[in-house]
Design a protein around this ligand. Structure first.
Ligand code: ATP
Length: 477
């Protein structure tokens, strides 16, 4: 629950508005829509603020990001296992976690145009830190003291309402026929990790894991974010990839350092350049936190949080033990040592990773008098791995052969068949969506049983025998 453990701002009113006017960002936003990666939600109804849909290529990239994460966090690890907990949970969980009381941002409203904004991020832009340790009264005082420097970014007025705490939990009406509903509304989860904490004992009892071990899951989370209009960087419905690692209190910091290292390397493996990544150390930690760092990525609008890595002490399990009345302690089978495990967490956003990868991979190359747009994604992440083209669509023998090859390759890889337009245009269409390889079937194919394979990045072409094609791709994808 990073809202409580950090005070670092992400946006101010001004920078919020500037995100979509940033040149690279606008290019990515329009490219993402034009090529079927990201669509604004409910567009034919005028849109739905801060919610986005992933299109045909977007969903492939999204799934590949999640697969990559799952592979690195579970498949390749001895002691981390997966979980898929439900979005709806017992309302008490959000009380125990502190979300009902404390998961909020300070909000003010322009008296003239009713534009609402986060006061902490606005103050941060002016150079003041308004962290969660400050009372609302203190934030209000700081805000009023600097009022002459503050303007509504929408209408220019500087008359604002009193600052209120705005809780980010999204309430539902699930079960509102029951008499308990008024007392305890049901929330859509604000983070996925609470589902992990409350299943810690189930996992322990049903598997052979021993401390240290981790539970990881990917899933949707919902937050009533005040500041909208930041494309997929900050949305009200989003997906998280979270891993909670349960450790002996004595080794908490040692395990924390290892996790930090592992997660940094993960982003390099994902194809992100080290110069575009940076650590941010949280300055004002909440009482239970031992240490908190974020990995930030150099988005077109500057370095911002991509993932949080936090050493959380025993707060989470202690709280759930207290509120549920269940013993969540762990007894070491060899030493008989009994303790409440401490938790270190890695919490990353799928959408933010998507945006980081789009930023990293979107390239415009000048070739002669033309601009080639190419999405330089790792083959493992590319929505389409191989495109197959018959050289001419009016030659049935070429189309037939290309279809045969396409049908074989699609059994192993996400492939696309394209017989429309000249080859150069077809290459460009695939470059734009990041397809690493294109296979062209021409008259040589019929005679010599070989195809032309063209590489997205080098644009080099080579002849490959059809019978060697699968091995060729196995080595590269
Ligand atoms: P921020 O400070 O940007 O609001 P946070 O510190 O509240 O983020 P966490 O609660 O630590 O975020 O969530 C973990 C991760 O989930 C973040 O690093 C981010 O990748 C992702 N995330 C959080 N909120 C959102 C959101 N509204 N939209 C998209 N991704 C989000």
């Amino acid at each position: 629950m990073a809202k409580k453990t950090k005070s670092k701002s992400t946006k101010s009113v001004k920078s919020v508005n500037s995100i979509e006017t940033n040149e690279k960002m606008s290019k990515i936003i329009s490219f993402a829509k034009r090529r079927g990666f990201v669509f604004p939600s409910s567009e034919i109804y005028g849109g739905f603020s801060s919610i986005y849909d992933y299109g045909p290529y977007g969903v492939e990239l999204l799934n590949n990001i999640k697969k990559f994460w799952w592979k690195h966090m579970i498949q390749l690890r001895d002691n981390i296992i997966g979980l898929d907990s439900a979005i709806f949970m017992h309302p008490k969980i959000w009380e125990a976690s502190g979300h009902v009381a404390g998961f909020s941002d300070p909000l003010a409203e322009c008296k003239k145009c009713h534009f609402r904004f986060r006061v902490d991020t606005l103050l941060e832009e002016l150079g003041f830190s308004a962290d969660e340790k400050m009372s609302l009264g203190q934030i209000e005082k700081l805000f009023r003291k600097n009022i002459d420097k503050i303007k509504c970014s929408k209408c220019g007025s500087n008359e604002f309402t009193e600052i209120k705490k705005f809780n980010l939990l999204v309430q539902s009406n699930l079960g509102n026929f029951s008499s308990d509903f008024e007392k305890e509304p049901v929330y859509l989860r604000g983070e996925t990790c609470q589902g992990i904490y409350v299943n810690y004992k189930n996992v322990l009892d049903s598997t052979r894991v021993k401390i240290p071990f981790g539970i990881a899951q990917i899933g949707k989370a919902f937050r009533n974010e005040i500041t909208a209009r930041q494309f997929i960087f900050r949305t009200r419905e989003f997906e998280q990839m979270e891993m909670q690692y349960f450790v002996n209190p004595k080794s908490e910091m040692e395990e924390y350092e290892k996790l930090k290292e592992y997660r940094w390397q993960y982003y390099l493996d994902l194809g992100i350049k080290a110069k575009n990544l940076k650590w941010y150390k949280h300055k004002n930690l909440v009482f239970y936190a031992k240490e908190a760092y974020d990995i930030e990525y150099n988005f077109p609008f500057g370095f911002k949080e991509l993932e949080g890595i936090h050493a959380r002490g025993d707060y989470d399990l202690k709280q759930h033990s207290k509120f549920s009345g269940k013993d969540l302690s762990y007894t070491d089978a060899t030493t008989s040592e009994k303790y409440i495990p401490h938790v270190i967490e890695s919490s990353a956003g799928v959408g933010r990773t998507f945006l980081a990868l789009m930023t990293e991979a979107y390239t415009e190359e000048k070739i002669d008098n033309d601009i080639r747009v190419v999405l330089k994604l790792l083959p493992e992440l590319a929505p389409i791995k191989i495109a197959v083209f018959p050289l001419l669509k009016n030659k049935p023998e070429l189309v037939k052969k290309a279809s045969e090859i396409f049908n074989e390759l699609r059994k192993l890889y996400m492939c696309e068949f394209d017989d429309n337009g000249n080859i150069g245009k077809r290459y460009r269409r695939q470059d734009e969506i990041g397809t690493p390889y294109c296979v062209t079937v021409d008259f040589d194919t019929l005679e010599k049983n070989e195809v032309t394979v063209r590489d997205r990045d080098t644009m080099k072409q080579e002849k490959i025998k059809i019978e060697n094609l699968i091995d060729y791709f196995k080595l590269r994808i």
